[in-house]
Design a binder for this molecule. Structure first.
Ligand code: ZN
Length: 457
């Protein structure tokens, strides 16, 4: 059995974690009722582990004002333009309002660049960036007309796209993106990988020559191996995934060797293992605590993703905080095998990656045993051969009792607000049931008496 790497932390990290904890418990209204769960003592990390988790329901109940430390005047800061309120772009049920403090966000981004040698080399904070993502997540959205380059520019940022669904992009629209890249010559191309993969398939199909940015950074979603391959073929430049959220800023950055390193200057991460049956103990959920954000105190925030810890030191030499082999994808995207085991989207993606002839896919679980596999074939594939070769990785992932329906389609649309889901359960799955029982933290609720936790299903 392999074991996760022992964590080491930079100087001053423990003190920062202690400050974040004490500020939250003493000065932040949302955590007043958490004090009874604090075990005290010298080991700050044990104190963290004994606390409940912060989920979006609690964020909505107290936010955004309940997460501002006492003594700060939010109204005055808002009026002065020092901070603003920013809503996350999730679907309506999990949208959250945050107090947004730009200097902290920028500092978090800057410290994440140190975790990748290309980013450390080329990112200055005043460098040009082109962004290709859903305009509902970032940039300018128009349904009725196309916008000029000037209308899609904001300071050093150029937003390449104003249309939500890449399936409906026209060749003219994609050609415009490519000429703008050539003219603008961005240092960073920041992209939602499924959006950039769509553009890359267009480049590859037409054998186009494109501008090569020094670094492509993936955000917004966890990239599929197929998408990464298409992007690599089209651009052939270094690529790295930057992982974080509107609530937490930059949490992990992928280094030049491919592993993910924790942004220890700006966050603490608690790892909660899945049980052995579901892929644990090195695969599990993460809770993020933000460090040194004066305007919003987040303690053990359930960011909603599953990761796998690394058991070997990274060849790049970075060893502060958690090191991850993979980000396994959103907890809400977990499907289950026919015998009830958790299948993360990255697990299925690794199984599908070696099948030739597929441009992209989406697996939808409709019952505990039934799965619809939608796929977009590559040109010149042999349909019968492709369908036969698909069965093997699907059965390996979901078991012999699983029933598959294979459906060839022309394109796969992202879910709102513009995130492509490789896997999607239509049955009710509670990802917290996959956690190792002895490590399970629970959302806090004032209604329950003893113990202070209640299981949310
Ligand atoms: Zn590394």
């Amino acid at each position: 059995m392999t074991h996760p790497l022992k964590c080491s932390y930079p100087e001053g990290y423990e003190k920062k974690c202690l400050n974040a904890l004490e500020t939250a418990l003493k000065k932040v209204p949302a955590y007043h009722s958490w004090k009874s769960a604090d075990i005290g003592g010298k080991n700050v990390f044990s104190r963290y582990k004994a606390l409940p988790l912060l989920d979006k329901a609690l964020m909505n109940k107290y936010g955004p004002t309940g997460f501002v430390p006492e003594g700060l005047d939010l109204k005055k800061a808002l009026a002065a333009g020092k901070v603003e309120i920013v809503k996350t772009s999730g679907s309506t049920g999990d949208r959250v309002s945050n107090v947004w403090y730009q200097p902290w966000w920028d500092a978090s981004e800057r410290s994440s660049w140190k975790l990748n040698s290309s980013a450390a080399q080329v990112c200055t904070g005043s460098h040009r960036e082109a962004i290709l993502a859903s305009p509902l997540c970032v940039g300018f959205h128009r349904k009725d007309k196309y916008l000029s380059r000037e209308e899609r520019s904001l300071g050093r940022f150029l937003f390449l796209n104003e249309r939500v669904n890449p399936v409906h992009w026209t060749e003219r629209h994609m050609s415009r993106m490519l000429s703008e890249l050539t003219e603008y010559r961005p240092v960073i191309l920041e992209a939602n990988p499924s959006y950039l993969a769509r553009l890359s398939r267009f480049i590859n199909r037409n054998e186009l020559k494109v501008y090569k940015p020094p670094l492509i950074i993936f955000t917004y979603e966890n990239p599929s191996i197929l998408h990464q391959r298409q992007i690599d073929k089209a651009f052939g430049v270094p690529m790295a995934s930057s992982y974080g959220s509107t609530e937490t800023a930059y949490v992990f950055m992928q280094c030049e060797c491919g592993k993910f390193h924790q942004n220890t200057e700006h966050c603490h991460v608690d790892f909660i293992p899945f049980s052995g049956k579901h892929g644990g103990p090195q695969t599990g959920a993460i809770l993020v605590t933000t460090l040194a954000n004066p305007w919003q105190s987040l303690l053990r925030f359930d960011i909603g993703d599953i990761v796998t810890l690394s058991s070997e030191a990274c060849p790049c030499g970075r060893n502060d905080g958690l090191t991850l082999d993979t980000i396994e994808g959103r907890a809400v995207n977990i499907t289950t095998s026919s015998n009830g085991r958790a299948v993360t989207q990255a697990a299925l993606d690794r199984a599908i990656a070696d099948i030739e002839g597929i441009a992209e896919y989406q697996l939808i679980q409709t019952t505990p045993y039934n799965y619809s596999f939608y796929y977009v074939p590559e040109e010149n594939h042999i349909q019968k051969k492709l369908r036969v070769s698909l069965r093997k990785p699907l059965v390996a992932s979901y078991g012999k009792k699983a029933r598959f329906e294979l459906l060839e389609v022309k394109g796969i649309s992202p879910d709102p607000p513009g995130k492509y889901r490789l896997t999607k359960p239509l049955i009710s799955i509670n990802p917290r049931n996959f956690l190792e029982t002895s490590y399970q933290p629970f959302p806090f609720t004032e209604k329950s008496k003893h113990p202070h936790y209640e299981f949310l299903s």
